[in-house]
Design a protein around this ligand. Structure first.
Ligand SMILES: [Zn+2]
Ligand SMILES: [Zn+2]
Ligand SMILES: [Zn+2]
Ligand SMILES: [Zn+2]
Length: 150
């Protein structure tokens, strides 16, 4: 006879065992979000569903700050964890990097930008400048002006 680790009632019929403990199938729950566990992960002795395990144990993407989920494509670049799609060129194109890239002053620049702009790529980064209303050009008559020659 087994008794359920969660509710202490005797288990008749189906049960789930995990780490030497027995549970009614409906009592085997994620210890964080309380969802019913089918696949489980253990973290610090707790049974967790894959989402809660990801939240608790997996590294966060340094770009979007979301956790990198199990099975999700992520990579480590210069010690930073990044989703595959969050690994973007920090040069002017800002698009996801596929293939070769260059690390310049701890910024990652795609091959394309690097061959176009070289080490000065930062000068070509789009800055969000406030849009100034265009002034009408002042046109002054050139009368009475003497050209100066050197
Ligand atoms: Zn139970
Ligand atoms: Zn959970
Ligand atoms: Zn990300
Ligand atoms: Zn680029």
């Amino acid at each position: 006879m087994y008794s359920c680790y969660e509710c202490n009632e005797v288990i008749n019929g189906q049960f789930t065992t995990a780490n030497g403990r027995s549970f009614h199938p409906q009592c085997f729950k994620c210890e964080s979000c309380k969802c019913n566990l089918t696949n489980f992960f253990t973290h610090n002795g707790r049974f967790l569903c894959s989402n809660c395990f990801s939240e608790a144990a997996l590294p966060r993407c340094s770009n979007c700050n979301k956790v990198t989920k199990i099975g999700e494509n992520y990579m480590t670049v210069n010690g930073k964890v990044l989703h595959r799609e969050c690994f973007r060129c920090e040069g002017p194109c800002q698009s996801p990097i596929n293939g070769r890239f260059f690390s310049i002053r701890s910024k990652n620049v795609c091959q394309n930008c690097y061959s176009k702009y070289g080490d000065d790529f930062e000068k070509f980064l789009k800055k969000e400048e406030p849009v100034e209303p265009k002034k009408e050009a002042e046109i002054k008559p050139m009368i009475n002006r003497v050209p100066i020659y050197f």
